[in-house]
Design a protein around this ligand. Structure first.
Ligand SMILES: O=C(O)CCC(=O)C(=O)O
Ligand SMILES: [Fe+2]
Length: 323
């Protein structure tokens, strides 16, 4: 069982750079209160400064937090020949494991994770005779995180005055829930769990259990640790959001470093825009902010990223559709 005592502690070690922590608990969100404007400013300030922040969110109960991490352990305990059945047309959306540059990393993904069909399809593939509790937890967790994503994106859209543009994106949003596991590091050295990258998603929400490892690069090039808590979720912009906001919100570079002798479980919940080109809203283009990105397709961009040219690029979204 997870120990929740650390929930009330300070989230990040002192004297190190800290990510803003913003309360997005449902009961504390009242758009008619005077505190609401302050909250929106905090969210926008954090996203424009860091491309990410820590959200305190009660849409995932402690019971669901425990259940989804138990479900994750069940999943990773399956034989590799079962896990590799999790395939996808999109690179790194299905099973990934035993990769030489990241030998500690293993991940599986549920596409259409907020739909019963999507979650049932995945569950049936992994457990042909069924796994009711897995299915229930994965669906509840995904739905709760989709709500959190929409809370954040509505604030972004309203602040920029681009609600109509966001509405059309929302209708084409798909959700990928990735279960992630990192083996305990070999020896005493800090080991790479996941190499530095920016996400190819529109938005990402990360959630980790008690073992640390996620590090986010600050604007002055330092790596900042993020400490976990059952009620905290890291909201992070992906490359697609960076282009959509005409560069106002940057996708932060992050990595996973493993230390100590424990394995680590985490979740990545990613939004992508399917079947439509993402256009940079006119309202975000003016004399001071000339158009920096052409309209682009989120999935074609992912495929581009996995080409040699994409992999070599320092900023793949700029190489793909930058002006
Ligand atoms: O495990 C984590 O906390 C981070 C995962 C991540 O960055 C990713 O899957 O893109
Ligand atoms: Fe990532």
């Amino acid at each position: 069982m997870v120990n929740h005592d650390h929930d009330n502690n300070v989230f990040q070690s002192k004297s190190k750079p800290k990510l803003p922590v913003i309360d997005l608990c449902v009961n504390n969100l009242n758009p008619t209160s005077s505190a609401w404007i302050t909250k929106c400013n905090e969210v926008m300030g954090a996203l424009e400064e860091h491309g990410c922040f820590i959200a305190m969110y009660d849409g995932v109960s402690h019971e669901l937090h425990d259940a989804i991490f138990l479900a994750s352990r069940d999943l990773f305990d399956l034989p590799t020949q079962v896990k590799i059945l999790n395939t996808s047309d999109t690179p790194s959306h299905g099973y990934v494991g035993q990769i030489p540059i990241v030998p500690l990393y293993e991940g599986l993904g549920i596409e259409d994770a907020t739909t019963k069909e999507g979650v049932e399809r995945f569950t049936k593939l992994m457990w042909p005779s069924g796994n009711e509790s897995f299915c229930k937890s994965a669906l509840m967790f995904s739905k709760a995180l989709a709500e959190l994503d929409q809370i954040v994106m509505r604030i972004v859209a309203k602040s920029y005055g681009i609600e109509e543009n966001y509405k059309s994106l929302l209708q084409s949003t798909t959700y990928l829930l990735r279960f992630l596991k990192y083996l305990r590091p070999q020896g005493n050295e800090k080991n790479v769990g996941l190499v530095p990258h920016t996400d190819k998603s529109f938005m990402s929400i990360l959630h980790q259990q008690q073992v640390n490892g996620l590090e986010i690069k600050t604007n002055d090039g330092k790596w900042m640790n993020v400490d976990p808590s059952p009620s905290s979720f890291i909201i992070m912009a992906g490359d697609a959001c960076m282009a959509w906001t005409n560069g106002r919100i940057k996708a932060p570079c992050h990595r996973v470093m493993m230390q100590g002798d424990e394995e680590r479980f985490s979740f990545g919940f990613f939004t992508f825009i399917r079947d439509m080109k993402i256009e940079i809203p006119q309202d975000l283009v003016d004399e001071d902010h000339p158009l920096r990105f052409e309209a682009f397709d989120n999935y074609k961009y992912i495929h581009y990223y996995y080409t040699d040219e994409g992999k070599r690029s320092k900023c793949p979204i700029k190489s793909y559709c930058g002006i």
